[in-house]
Every structure is written in C-alpha cells, then in structure tokens.
Write a protein that binds this ligand. Sequence first.
Ligand SMILES: Nc1ncnc(-c2cnn(Cc3cccc(F)c3)c2)c1Cl
Length: 297
Amino acid sequence: MSSAVAPTPEYELPEGYTHIYSGKVRDLYKTPDDRLLFVASDRISAYDWVLPTPIPDKGRILTAMSIWWFDRLSDLVPNHVITTNVPDSVARRAMVCHRLDMFPVECVARGYLTGSGLTEYQAQKSVCGVNLPPGLKDGSKLPKTIFTPATKAELGEHDENVTFDEVVAAIGQDEAQQLRRLTTLVYDRAASIAAERGLILADTKLEFGSRPDGTIVLADEVLTPDSSRYWPADEWEPGHAQPSFDKQYVRDWLTSPASGWDRHSGEAPPALPDDVVEKTRAKYVEAYERLTGKRFA
Ligand SMILES: Nc1ncnc(-c2cnn(Cc3cccc(F)c3)c2)c1Cl
C-alpha cells in the first residue's frame, strides 16, 4: 500500500531547471547545463508517511552533513558532487552533481541488527544470504560489518533485500564485489568516526553510479539520518528498538494519545506541534555539530 505520495516541491527554480523526480524528502532536477541538482527538502517522513509539517533547516543540515562526509571519504572513493553553488531558493540545501549511470542496487552496510535485517534474521538466521550467529536481538552489534543489498522500490514501497549473488546476476561479479568492498569500507570508517562522537551508526544506505570511463562514484546523499540509523551510544541496550537519534520525538508524539492518530488506520498523520518540531530540529543540529565539530549557522 503506497502511503507516501511525492509532494510538489515548495520552492521555485530559475528557467532551465527541469524537475526529474521527487522522493519523500528529496527532489532531483536537470540543470541548464545538463548536470543534476540534488535538493534536500525540509520534509520529514515517519511510519512511511511524509508528514505535513516541515522541520526548518533539515534540508540545510543534512546537505551540510553529506558534504562533510563526502570530504572525509574522498580518499576512499570519489563522489558525484560538482559544487554547492546553487540557486538562492535552495541555498545550502542542494548540490550540483555529475549525472552518473546509477547501479540498480541500494548498498546497505550494517554493523548492528535491526529493522528489515532483524526481521529476516528472526525468520532464517541470515540476512541477504549472510549467515549470522544465534542469539542476536534487536540492536545487537554484529560480529563484523555485513553488506545487505536491496533493490530500489517504487515510491511508497519498501526496498527488497537481495543476496550478493543476485547483485552479481544484475551487474556482474567485478562491480558487485567493488560495491560490497566500498560500502563496507565507507561504513566502517563512518562508524568509527561516529563512535568517537558518542554516536552509534547502526547501518547506512549508499548509492553508487559509474562514469563513462567505468569509475565507480559515491552518489546521492551520504551518511545522513535519512539514509542511516544513528543511535545515542549512551542509551544503547540490545533487546528492544533503540531510540532514533533524530526521529524519536516525532515517533513518540505520533504514537501518543496526544496526536489522536492511529498509525495502522491508513489515515494521514496530523501536523506536528511546535515543540516537537523545534526539538527535532535541535536533534539535527546536534547530530551535525557532534559529528563535524562545527557550529551549524
Ligand atoms: N549523481 C546522480 N546521477 C544520476 N542519478 C542520480 C539519482 C537518481 N535518483 N537518485 C535518487 C534520488 C535523489 C534525489 C532525489 C530523488 F527524488 C531521488 C539519484 C544521481 Cl544522485
């Protein structure tokens, strides 16, 4: 059941920018000189719905986070960013990027077991064909980082976990191995940096594309709270769902009597109260400042 409909973007762009695609919280345009404009909106999604209330500065904070991570990873893998010099209407929340030939694979690395990985493990003691030891619980740290690829789902549908062999069948052995190597390399470095800042990076979803000369390039957004699960390390306790670093206030309010909403009803969620919006914005600012050591202006 598709509960998320791509909203119409809340901003104007100059002549020559053509809208290509909108996800729940991101929009993609072709630029006048045939590059891509990757825009991060202030939209927030929860429980597979795009909420009616934006989080001020979310797009700017997550764009700044992606740029910071791209720079910290540039010795491991090149990225698609050309410039952050973008139209005023999307200032600081958009990137001009090289148009790549995207691999049809959601490249997920997991250092901890939760979400769809936990569900699959509970059913078959493996995730994406990777066997795991017995006794793991929600939030358990994995013995080592695992590559758990998925196929890109249509808007509103969930990605489908696939095995490494299915990735090989889709794109060939060499590039499948490259994607697995790069995905786990990026995750391990990021998880180590996050841990130094008191944050657990439980998992992350990366997207790669290739240049005409075959070079594999890290694309999309990278290591943001929208593409990754960040948990506060000092609250980590396997055995139950961990608190989301950025979305817990939203989830708690939406599932509290105060919202008057039943997430299983099929009805759209209500607007968020100002205090939930402000506390959520503060969490995004906190994540950025703790990770980068820089103030968010
Ligand atoms: N550098 C690239 N070259 C070619 N294609 C892409 C590409 C296509 N789709 N996506 C996912 C997405 C990014 C933003 C907004 C959305 F709505 C969807 C990324 C990229 Cl990033």
